[in-house]
Design a protein around this ligand. Sequence first.
Ligand code: SF4
Length: 384
Amino acid sequence: MDDYLESFGIYVHVPFCTSRCDYCAFHSSVNWTVDAQRTIVRRIIVDLHAIDPPRVPTTVYVGGGTPTALDPPLLDELLATLAARFAPVEFTLEANPESATDERLSIAAHHGVDRLSVGVQSLDPDTLRRIGRRGADVARIEAIRRRWPSTLSADLITGVPGVRPGSSRTDVDRLAAIGIDHVSVYGLSIEPETPLATRTRRGDAQAAEGWVELVDTIVSHGYRRYEVSNFSRGAPCLHNVGYWRQCDYIGVGPSAVSTIRVDPPDGSIAAIRIEQSIDHARWLSQPGWTNAATERLSMRDLMLEHLMLALRQVDGVSFARFTTRYGHDLRALAADEIDRLRDESLVVADRTTLRATRRGLDLLDPVLVRLFAAVCRNLDTVAT
Ligand code: SF4
């Protein structure tokens, strides 16, 4: 059995927020009542009961939206169900600073949540104002740290147009001093039709502060980079590692995505990706996953996804695992391109593994484009 398949993820999407951030393209509603929350949570619980508890270690991640926007008794009901049904080996709750109240943190701890992932995004008031986000300040994050003894993770956004250079590095200095265990840093993506897109001039995003310097700052505080955007002073996020290792996961809630491996009769591998309806009324009106859109991922899709996800991680691609899964030797499929990338110090390859270098991690998109092209070219040659 491929050990990459030996974990299972449950993701719960809570589609409520207390306010709408200007850059957000996620699915969430700010116009809710407690009754509306109850209807959604009860339906999520019905769907959770329809899942057979997996026989492999299970991680649970409650995200959104903003799970801590839930009315406390509903948060209690949801977390109690997840804890009892799946006994997760890692149990993450996303939280926003303004709604991570003592009451909600107590509920989370009571049900065994052992990772709190706080959407800090920035501690700089000017940055928060520019992205239309509220909630985070040093005092609030310090208070959460005092109240939350187990793993505390912070999400940061970088690359906000117009902010003071070095702002994200200052945020990292502050978070490290507060004692944050894990940091995820994402470049701001200016999605079409968001309020931020309408007021951002073309080219502003390119003026963003340096990513390389930011990574240096994070690492200088003792965080280990284990994935392009993720850094930890302790354990990695097992749930996200499961995604990157292409473990099966089931998503529950409006707009949640699931991916389940299937074994076609021809001996190859494939997967089904299922996306639940984003429309609450439609999602509520049909039981189970019948409202969902389904996409079949071919072996080639999975192979390219494997390359992309594995190279995002510092562990890289295991040649043996790649061959076992797909029946192709990656070294044969992309030998010349791997040599060129190695000559440019973008990857290292030994007898067992292909890894991106530090420079390769920072320039991963073009590295992947070149590897994908080489792999597809050779697969087409094999097929003809
Ligand atoms: S809190 Fe998160 S999900 Fe909610 S609007 Fe802001 S970015 Fe979007």
